[in-house]
Design a binder for this molecule. Structure first.
Ligand code: COA
Length: 259
């Protein structure tokens, strides 16, 4: 049987996770969700991996949403429990390393929600992005009503969720849903360049940056500033900070080890 999730370690401390159900436009079923947890556990514990790229197999889809066939006979309590158990969105968000969504096609419903749980998003201009759950008589259930307005503001979140319309990668860039939209043939190169730029930084500083930026969502400014200051000060205990400062003063490139 084909693996529903491909996990590759690439050069330069980068790993790639690919949802591999191209004939179903990479829709997320229970099997994929389970495999995502396994992949994140392994990559989180692997010191050689500093950045993860998440994408979908084939040239049609990033992820076309939750697998709708699993909704058919689901009952409310089972559905609630399955979503709690299968919270890959929270797992990506709390993953201690940067995760970049490489959006190579349809990025819908749970796919858009997973992209939003990533730390950065780059889309192909050919991508079609949206939250079409309204067409099923539903609303987004994996963070769409919460993460989308934080990224694009309430008006666009209302529009996308209530109309179910799909927007292009370019439009998504204009409204801040993705940071960049590039031609399909440039997508992989663009994302790998970005990942490489990040992967040479100190893994400890990257983790501190991710946790501090995410703290801004839940903390008032004064608490967030204290949280940031604590991380900043803690980094003074690391070899990486000594290396970064030393390299600057010695006018050479730093070599960070993550210690
Ligand atoms: N769940 C389960 N299967 C899905 C799926 C999903 N979210 N999205 C696509 N697929 C399957 C289709 O059922 C089809 O399978 P089949 O060949 O066995 O019939 C296959 O993927 C290809 O999709 P198809 O609909 O034939 O392609 P299309 O180009 O005509 O349309 C979409 C593409 C994305 C517009 C359409 O598939 C769609 O609307 N998908 C659902 C998107 C959605 O509502 N996501 C949110 C879910 S909460």
């Amino acid at each position: 049987m084909r693996d529903v999730l491909l996990v590759e370690k690439l050069d330069g401390h980068i790993a790639r996770i690919t949802v591999n159900r191209p004939d179903k436009l990479n829709a997320l079923n229970g099997q994929v969700r389970c495999a995502v947890f396994g992949a994140l556990d392994a990559l989180g514990a692997d010191d050689d991996v500093r950045v993860v790229v998440l994408t979908g197999a084939g040239d049609r889809a990033f992820i076309a949403g939750a697998d709708i066939s699993e909704f058919k006979d689901a009952r409310p309590v089972e559905q609630y429990r399955a979503m709690q158990r299968g919270d890959i969105y929270g797992a990506v968000e709390s993953f201690p390393k940067p995760v970049i969504a490489m959006i190579n096609g349809f990025c819908l419903g749970g796919g858009c929600e997973l992209a939003m749980a990533c730390d950065m998003r780059v889309a192909s201009t050919a991508a079609r992005i949206g939250q079409p759950e309204i067409n099923l008589g539903l609303i987004p259930g994996a963070g769409g009503t919460q993460r989308l307005p934080r990224l694009v503001g309430e008006g666009w979140a209302m529009r996308l969720i209530m109309s179910g319309e799909l927007i292009t990668g370019e439009k998504a860039e204009q409204i801040g849903l993705v940071e960049a939209a590039v031609a399909p043939e440039e997508l992989e190169g663009h994302v790998m360049e970005l990942a490489s730029k990040i992967a040479v930084r100190s893994p400890l500083a990257l983790q501190a940056a991710k946790e501090s930026i995410m703290a801004a969502r839940r903390m008032p400014l004064d608490e967030g500033l204290k949280f940031e200051r604590s991380w900043f000060s803690l980094l003074f205990s690391t070899d990486d900070m000594a290396e970064g400062v030393g390299a600057f003063l010695e006018k050479r490139k730093p070599e960070f080890t993550g210690s």
